[in-house]
Write a protein that binds this ligand. Structure first.
Ligand code: FES
Ligand code: FES
Length: 132
């Protein structure tokens, strides 16, 4: 049912934990299942220099958070914002259709963390445009 990449990121998730004094934090809940994901970002000169997560959720949500935090590292905020849940799922070599909603948590968590940073710096929050 799951790709080897999903299983790898589920069993050995990257970037688990919290960042001390994060520049942006995003907490999101999945309305479908009630699972929760929290994303922490360290941002310097508009670049995501560190990303960590805490996820109370299914294997697909943990693998998605692990992959998403890997993918946004080193990216500009604009690039990190563009990371869609589909791109996360593709990087995991696919998720079963009924598990696609789990990857949405990662996209939304990163969006919330970026906007948390923007609002703290007196900037307008960016608007959600994707429809998954
Ligand atoms: Fe809840 Fe996957 S079933 S996030
Ligand atoms: Fe957020 Fe699709 S789950 S709009």
């Amino acid at each position: 049912m799951y790709s080897e990449t999903v299983m790898d990121h589920f069993k050995n998730p990257r970037n688990v934990g919290e960042i001390e004094n994060p520049d942006g934090v995003g907490e999101v809940g999945n309305p479908v299942c009630g699972d929760i994901m929290k994303i922490f970002l360290k941002i310097e000169n508009n670049i995501v220099v560190d990303a960590k997560f805490k996820t109370f959720g299914c294997g697909a949500a943990i693998a998605s958070s692990s992959m998403a935090t890997e993918l946004v590292r080193g990216k500009t905020l604009e690039e990190a914002w563009q990371l869609s849940n589909k791109a996360v799922a593709e990087a995991l070599n696919g998720l079963p259709p009924i598990k696609m909603h789990c990857s949405v948590l990662a996209e939304e968590g990163i969006h919330k963390a970026i906007n948390d940073y923007r609002v703290k710096h007196g900037l307008e929050p960016w608007q959600e445009t994707s429809s998954h």
